[in-house]
Ligand binder design. Structure first.
Ligand code: F6R
Length: 221
């Protein structure tokens, strides 16, 4: 693991964008793992800028989301597939049919989770996975104490994470879904390169625990 401390969030976003650019340029069929939430937004702005200025191309790429809310209708503005289209993929040349997320609107969520695992494996695995970290240390929506071997599955959000995410739903806690489909820790760890970006004071404690604490499936108490 390499910890890189930068002068400001823009510099961190630039370094993460460099890592994405490297994969896009070097791999014949690049496979990206994309996170949502506020942490990667600077990276996405930088990638869009590079696409516009220097024609950095996503045309050969395929992309997989980390997670998706359960129960939001397709096209809901806060569904993660809608979010990533708005914040990144509609503004670059990634073919729309090569953007994938877990199907949180499926009738059979366990089957949707298994299908998502198969889709990632069939793509040859993820070359580079972007990650954020929650205030309580969650990665994807693997809340603390998720197993290292966990795969894509249904998870119940903690009250703290729902409160954190209410800001995306106009502050309305009742509008925040209670369940998600998320890649598991085991799924995430199979990506060939993980880049986690954390900015701001609220992330200091979970990062300190993750970097300096003992390896546990969640922040140590
Ligand atoms: C998003 C995700 C979450 C977020 C985390 C931090 O796809 O899986 O783990 O990375 O909740 O969210 P922000 O970046 O909004 O602080």
């Amino acid at each position: 693991m390499e910890v890189v401390i930068t002068a400001d969030p823009a510099a961190a976003a630039g370094l993460a964008a460099d890592a994405v650019e490297h994969v896009l340029v070097e791999r014949d069929r690049p496979v990206l793992g994309l996170a949502t939430g506020s942490s990667p937004l600077g990276i996405y702005r930088e990638l869009i800028d590079r696409h516009r200025r220097s024609r950095l191309s996503f045309a050969r790429a395929r992309a997989y989301l980390l997670d998706e809310y359960v129960g939001l209708p397709p096209g809901h503005p806060e569904a993660y597939l809608t979010f990533i289209r708005r914040e990144l993929t509609d503004q670059v040349d990634l073919p729309p049919d090569r953007l994938h997320g877990p199907d949180g609107a499926a009738d059979d969520l366990a089957a949707a989770a298994a299908a998502y695992e198969r889709a990632i494996a069939d793509a040859g695995g993820i070359d580079l996975q972007l990650l954020g970290i929650g205030g309580d240390g969650h990665i994807g929506f693997n809340e603390p104490v998720s197993s290292f071997g966990s795969r894509t599955r249904i998870k119940t959000l903690t009250a703290a994470t729902r409160r954190d995410n209410a800001r995306f739903f106009g502050g309305d806690l009742d509008a925040v879904p209670r369940h998600v489909l998320t890649q598991g820790i085991g799924t995430i760890l199979e990506a060939r390169h993980l880049v986690l970006i954390a900015t701001g004071e609220a992330k200091a404690e979970p990062i300190a625990r993750a970097v300096e604490g003992p390896p546990t499936p969640g922040p140590s108490p």
